[in-house]
Design a protein around this ligand. Structure first.
Ligand code: HEM
Length: 138
């Protein structure tokens, strides 16, 4: 069977989905406080590389690991679920079929333990001032 990367249509469609997904997150009051200090071009590049590599595409993810990235961000379970919901809505908007959506979510689900720090349904919580954001990419 073709790789998930191929079935998603390759790099261009993946980059379009990431663009739209990041915009949706940025306008979602349940999670956007976490992204207040984020370098958005870096975030988009890292997400594209991560998804491309994880789905069998020809990219190499060069960003930080999921635990060190999200460590000290105080992400709640409710915020994780909100982000996944935004991703599913974005994939639907791009007519990604259910099977491919499920496969992608299946690749991301195991990362939950490295990302969620607060097992609470609360959303809209701030990014702790002590969190150090990553450097911009050039
Ligand atoms: C499975 C779910 C998730 C995946 C795969 C994921 C993946 C990533 C990746 C690849 C980066 C870039 C790392 C780098 O720049 O080195 C990143 C950064 C970030 N993530 Fe996530 N993430 C997830 C969930 C979340 C959630 C639920 C939140 C908060 C609601 C969140 C907030 C952030 C923020 C704020 C940054 C930017 C950090 C900075 O400015 O340095 N992420 N994430």
């Amino acid at each position: 069977m073709a790789s998930l990367y191929e079935r998603l249509g390759g790099l261009e469609p993946i980059a379009s989905v990431v663009d739209s997904f990041v915009a949706r997150c940025a306008s979602d009051g349940r999670i956007n406080r976490k992204f207040e200090r984020t370098d958005v071009p870096r975030l988009k590049k890292m997400l594209v590389d991560q998804v491309c590599e994880a789905t069998g595409g020809p990219c190499t993810y060069t960003g930080r690991g999921m635990r060190p990235t999200h460590d000290g961000m105080a992400v709640t379970a409710g915020e994780f679920d909100a982000l996944v919901e935004d991703l599913v809505l974005t994939l639907g908007e791009f007519d990604v079929p259910r099977a491919e959506q499920q496969e992608l979510l299946g690749l991301l689900a195991p990362m939950r333990g490295d990302i969620v720090e607060v097992e609470s349904p609360e959303t809209g919580t701030p990014l702790p001032r002590t969190y150090e954001t990553a450097h911009a990419v050039h």
